[in-house]
Design a protein around this ligand. Structure first.
Ligand SMILES: CC(=O)SCCNC(=O)CCNC(=O)[C@H](O)C(C)(C)COP(=O)(O)OP(=O)(O)OC[C@H]1O[C@@H](n2cnc3c(N)ncnc32)[C@H](O)[C@@H]1OP(=O)(O)O
Ligand SMILES: CC(C)C(=O)C(=O)O
Length: 513
């Protein structure tokens, strides 16, 4: 692919990204992010706004001295002092850039700058000329370009290119543009400005209408060859175009866009995590590319499709952007294919379809109670299913326990004993004690309880409790297991499992302790 089709990735996480209220970074944090951006092969890193504060100056200087593979840039207004400060911060850069800007929209010129358009042109040319005397790479931005008049933009751009700007940035400062219109503007600028071929056209889109990425892609379709963007879409107000979305859209739709970047996409997720951790801005789970759910499938039909042929529901691989793998999340929308596959990965196979169906129906019951089923839940669920299936003698039909402050707990149980339904009611010192007494009043095993333990299988209040009950009878000792989101029911299941083991004389299958 020719150079004409290469899109320069200009990352402004450390400058515009840091303008997100609450996203301030220290010099050392910025340096860590800059090194990661360099590793990701970002072309230009906007390290800060040197005149903004002594700390920002130090950050730009430190990054300019530490980064050699990416160009390091500082922002500056179209003012002598800003430009000189940027030049000073960048003086040791292996590759540096001064990025100077001034607003060109009628509303900004009249109310904010309080300048006439001619004065703005004059100040822009003066700024670019001064910057070019300090450094050989100068970018000029027309702030609020998407609300600026086309003829005026053509006039100022032609003059700043003549003054030495080699990158012309067209920002959608307030996120006002829509893709078709923005593409038209870029196309017009590229066609109408006589010296347009002497500069790279760039865009810098904000996300106020959620269109930052769409506008950036429309602009590259119309001839822009630099995109300014940020990790996780961080930035002023609703943020900037997100780097990961731009880069992966260009890569994934190379067939239609015909473009490429130099980014090592496997470094995207590490960069996203780093920026999230240093700024304290979490990444939403459904965020494209870097959200926790971006490569996760919960629906049975999708899981079945992905297991048969990944591309049925994935347009990129998780590994391409730096995840270890895609994920099958087991939940209430999952089907047998994913359930069986995950258990096989965990070393459990089903001998018969009815064994699979039995475990699957328990899994659906559990999924109705719990948001996400983890591997530990599955293991507990299958061992519980198998424990129950291992003997026919005692089965739990229903259990109701009342436990109230100042009142003695009461357990009412219905059990299947062989072919007979039996009921019992008992009180106890606690709900578990009452339950065990009710079971024992039906089973009359005479076994003594040696150990009772409860473990939360996963984290969270919707976790399954896994209970172990050790019973001793006539010198035989067995361990019964039960799992449920309700620990009283898990306890009843574990006690009944142990009774069945004693009854069925299964010590060899479940060794005595
Ligand atoms: C669209 C963008 O993201 S632009 C970048 C925005 N980022 C920031 O503003 C972060 C860093 N900014 C700062 O630290 C401060 O605003 C500073 C240091 C740059 C300036 O601080 P102050 O001198 O106190 O000025 P203040 O911020 O109050 O006002 C901005 C001044 O710059 C002028 N100005 C704004 N843009 C430009 C420009 N591109 N070129 C020249 N002057 C400009 C304004 O008209 C105003 O001038 P006035 O004081 O004569 O009215
Ligand atoms: C300074 C420019 C590039 C900017 O941040 C904007 O217009 O949003």
């Amino acid at each position: 692919m020719s150079n004409d089709n290469r899109v320069i990735i200009f990352d402004t996480t450390l400058r515009d990204g840091e303008q997100s209220p609450g996203a301030s970074m220290t010099r050392d944090e910025k340096l860590r992010v800059a090194k990661q951006l360099e590793k990701m092969r970002v072309d230009v890193i906007e390290a800060g706004f040197a005149i903004a504060s002594p700390g920002d100056f130090e950050s730009v200087k430190t990054i300019a001295e530490a980064v050699t593979e990416s160009r390091v840039c500082s922002l500056s207004r179209a003012l002598d002092a800003d430009i000189d400060r940027a030049g000073e911060a960048l003086q040791n850069a292996a590759m540096g850039r001064i990025h100077t800007f001034i607003a060109t929209s009628p509303i900004h010129m009249k109310y904010k700058l309080q300048m006439e358009p001619d004065q703005v042109v004059e100040q822009a040319v003066k700024a670019v000329t001064r910057a070019r005397n300090l450094i050989d790479d100068v970018e000029f931005s027309l702030e609020d370009a998407s609300r600026s008049e086309l003829d005026f933009m053509c006039r100022i751009i032609e003059k700043v290119i003549d003054a030495g700007a080699s990158t012309i940035n067209i920002p959608d400062t307030v996120g006002y543009a829509v893709p078709e219109e923005f593409a038209h503007t870029i196309g017009q600028l590229v066609q109408r400005i006589p010296n347009a071929d002497k500069a790279i056209f760039s865009v810098h889109c904000h996300n106020d209408l959620g269109l930052a990425v769409a506008n950036s892609l429309a602009a590259v379709g119309a001839g822009a060859r630099q995109v300014e963007c940020t990790i996780n879409g961080l930035g002023e107000r609703a943020g900037n175009a997100s780097l990961e979305e731009i880069v992966m859209a260009i890569r994934t739709r190379k067939d239609t866009l015909g473009l490429e970047t130099n980014i090592d996409t496997t470094q995207i997720v590490p960069a996203s995590r780093l920026v999230s951790s240093v700024t304290g801005f979490p990444v939403q789970p459904n965020k494209a590319i870097v959200g926790a759910n971006a490569f996760a499938h919960e629906s049975g039909i999708h899981q079945d499709g992905v297991l048969k042929h990944r591309e049925t529901y994935e347009i990129m691989t998780a590994q391409d952007v730096g995840w270890n793998t895609n994920r099958m999340v087991l939940g209430k929308h999952s089907g047998r294919a994913a359930f069986r596959s995950r258990l096989e990965e965990l070393g459990t196979t089903f001998a018969t379809d009815s064994e699979l169906n039995n475990a699957f129906s328990r899994f659906k019951d559990l999924a109705d109670k719990k948001h996400e089923i983890f591997d530990e839940d599955l293991v507990a669920l299958v061992s519980d299913t198998r424990a129950e299936a291992s003997s026919e003698q005692f089965k739990l039909s229903s259990l109701s326990v009342t436990s109230q402050t100042g009142e003695t707990p009461v357990a009412k149980i219905v059990m299947q004993v062989g072919n007979e339904e039996r009921r019992a009611e008992s009180t106890g010192s606690g709900p578990v004690d009452a339950t065990f007494k009710a079971i024992e009043s039906i089973a009359e095993s005479g076994a003594s309880l040696q150990i009772y333990s409860v473990n939360a299988v996963t984290e969270g209040t919707d976790s399954q409790g896994e209970v172990t009950v050790r019973l001793e009878n006539g010198g035989r000792i067995v361990n019964g297991l039960g799992a449920d989101t309700d620990i009283i029911i898990a306890s009843a299941k574990a006690y009944i499992h142990a009774l069945n083991m004693l009854d069925a004389n299964v010590q060899k299958a479940h060794p005595q302790v």
